[in-house]
Design a protein around this ligand. Structure first.
Ligand SMILES: C[S@@+](CC[C@H](N)C(=O)[O-])C[C@H]1O[C@@H](n2cnc3c(N)ncnc32)[C@H](O)[C@@H]1O
Length: 359
């Protein structure tokens, strides 16, 4: 089936609260997965008679960014038997279960999707040098994010953890999906040119590097300690195409044995919503507009970055002291963007996967 009309009515969050209002860039990722989801739903065997069609949205945040997509998908499920169509009071369930566990009963889901969620690792790998009984994460010596790792041993630990996690995620989904069911996953990834979220050729500053540099300055100025700097780690990993497809094409993998197969994979660049909006505005030189732009852009980093910084700060500090350091960090980041709005942005590099479970 074809997508005939633009169904995102307001180019913004629909019924969303803070997350949806702030993470407008992620909405863009979901929009670009729409046709893939429609094709996947088309391929699910479903008569509509006497049964119901269950859709799962894994890692939904407040649901604001997927609301328009879910509304569209409900509208295309075969009529009239589906109670989702026949009755206005559609039942929506939210589950607090991590996607690192099985969230639904065996063979119960016809279509599942996850938009920009499954790049979050279950944990940071234990340092090889740590004693087994000390549960401490692997710190990144020189940066906040795994893309900045300079120590081979650390790179290997992240790689291994990401592979283990990906297999684990897919094993659970394989059990939940009915035979013939489909799964669409949009995941932050690394492309063949080694571009990834916040690190693309068209934008001058690498986002994670910029954040690391600012934290390093805090360390050099004695505002935070070296240990605190090294404890500030983002628990995510951008898998390559090869890493993503491996458990789905390797006949020895438990994922493959449970019947999951890769229908398609495509890595695409999704332009930074904020950056493009600024370029399109054509108001370079307007300080008030640059400030407003910087505020909304940096808010979309602050929403997750705040915790990354807070988790690194020593508990010797009071909550007030920690908040002061973090607030100053983001204020200074906002100032950087307001001064040079054309140099900052976070494009997304997204792997769009269409997966089927054998009938
Ligand atoms: C970048 S947000 C994307 C949210 C939404 N899907 C969207 O497109 O805007 C990632 C989401 O994944 C969720 N998440 C991270 N780890 C998770 C886990 N293990 N189980 C379930 N959700 C998880 C986070 O809470 C967050 O809501």
């Amino acid at each position: 089936m074809e997508l005939h009309h633009v169904y995102y009515p307001n180019e913004g969050p629909v019924g969303a609260r803070y997350y949806g209002k702030t993470m407008l860039g992620c909405l863009e990722i979901t929009k670009q997965a729409t046709q893939l989801c429609l094709d996947a739903i088309d391929a699910v065997p479903f008569s509509g008679r006497g049964s119901c069609f269950r859709i799962a949205d894994f890692g939904a945040a407040d649901g604001g960014n997927s609301m328009a997509l879910v509304k569209l998908l409900i509208g295309v499920i075969p009529k009239p038997e589906s109670y989702l169509i026949a009755h206005p009071d559609v039942r929506v369930f939210a589950s607090g279960t991590s996607f690192y566990k099985q969230c639904f009963s065996n063979n119960s889901i016809q279509f599942g999707f996850c938009m920009s969620g499954m790049f979050v690792l279950s944990r940071l790998y234990l340092s090889m040098s740590a004693l087994p009984f000390i549960s401490r994460p692997c710190n990144i010596t020189d940066g906040l994010h795994s893309t900045e790792i300079t120590v081979a041993e650390e790179r290997e630990m992240f790689k291994r953890q990401a592979a283990e996690d990906w297999e684990n995620i897919l094993v659970h989904r394989a059990r939940e999906l009915q035979p013939g069911a489909r799964l669409v996953i949009a995941n932050y990834a690394a492309d063949a040119d080694n571009q990834s979220m916040g690190r693309t050729k068209r934008i001058k500053h690498n986002m994670f590097k910029h954040m690391t540099d600012k934290c390093r300055t805090l360390m050099d100025e004695g505002i935070i300690t070296k240990k605190e700097f090294q404890n500030m780690n983002v628990k995510t990993y951008f898998r390559t195409e090869k890493e993503l497809e491996k458990p789905l094409i390797n006949a020895d993998s438990p994922v493959y044995k449970l019947g999951l197969r890769l229908e398609s994979i495509e890595i695409k660049l999704v332009n930074c919503y904020f950056y493009d909006r600024w370029l399109a505005s054509g108001i370079d030189g307007n300080a008030a507009a640059a400030r407003a732009h910087a505020q909304s852009y940096v808010r979309s980093i602050h929403i997750w970055g705040r915790n990354v910084l807070l988790q690194g700060l020593s508990d010797i500090r009071t909550p007030h002291e920690k908040a002061k350091i973090v607030d100053a960090f983001f204020q200074s980041y906002e100032d950087d963007v307001a001064k040079h709005p054309r140099d900052h942005g976070k494009d997304y590099v997204i792997a769009y996967l269409h997966i089927k479970k054998l009938e």
